[in-house]
Design a protein around this ligand. Sequence first.
Ligand SMILES: Nc1nc2c(ncn2[C@@H]2O[C@H](COP(=O)(O)OP(=O)(O)OP(=O)(O)O)[C@@H](O)[C@H]2O)c(=O)[nH]1
Ligand SMILES: [Mg+2]
Length: 273
Amino acid sequence: MESSKKTEQPELAKQPSKEQPKAPRSLADILDTMKLEAKNSAQAKQQDPLEEIKEGEGGNPTATTTGPLTKDQEDEESKGFERQFDKIDSTLSVREENDVRIAVIGNVDSGKSTLVGVLTKCVMDDGRGSARSKVFNFDHEQKNGRTSSIGQEIMGFNDDAKQVELERTTSKNQEWSHIATNSKKIVTFLDLCGHEKYLKTTMFGLVGLMPDYSMIIVGANMGVSRMTREHLGISLALKVPIFIVITKIDLSPPEVYEKTKETLVKILRAPGC
Ligand SMILES: Nc1nc2c(ncn2[C@@H]2O[C@H](COP(=O)(O)OP(=O)(O)OP(=O)(O)O)[C@@H](O)[C@H]2O)c(=O)[nH]1
Ligand SMILES: [Mg+2]
């Protein structure tokens, strides 16, 4: 038995299975590859002898240079950087002027999605969730009425500062494209989640999507809840300017509405706010 085992081993070594790593290449092969790569890179350098001059002209200030730069080259290179920064600045200021991004935050059921639906889809709400159903991303959100993902909707304004009318379109892409081509200014709403369970998603919207403002929705009949304070605190910490919208005034008894307003004034006048 032992002798048969000994004879099988070299057989296996001769025919390696697919999982086994490839046998290393010979030293001569490796040297050949290295020579070829060195030759190619030398040829690439010869093909573009103006590369260094282009860098000095601001064409590509991030490209590496060979050898130390002269004073003139350094000046030219810094001018190149300045030109690129100016370009980025102007792009950002165009976005600031023409595209305002608003994060919609506040307690669960305060009416965030409803307000976004009413404003962007130009429909009235029936008090039972008809407007919010137009802005939900997923079926499960439609079923339980709770936002669990970040919804994005846009609202466009034309040269006369009037809202761009919506077209009957089949897809969101077509709708956005119609609004974008006919608008001078665009307001983007980020419909965030109110439930504590989805606070991480709301945080991501506030931190990652860089809103210009936070619109804090407070239900008149609900008062200022713990979650509303939490969202307000996060916005303040991120230095995102805030404004407050009170909803459900039609449902709220007048004294509760007055109490909610008083509490809001107190919070907004508190130090650090
Ligand atoms: N009567 C009345 N009902 C409203 C008003 N605003 C919202 N609603 C209703 O309140 C319910 C909750 O609204 P949503 O828009 O889903 O609330 P939300 O803040 O988005 O809730 P979450 O996404 O779960 O945080 C819906 O049935 C709306 O129809 C309002 O001003 N008046
Ligand atoms: Mg919602």
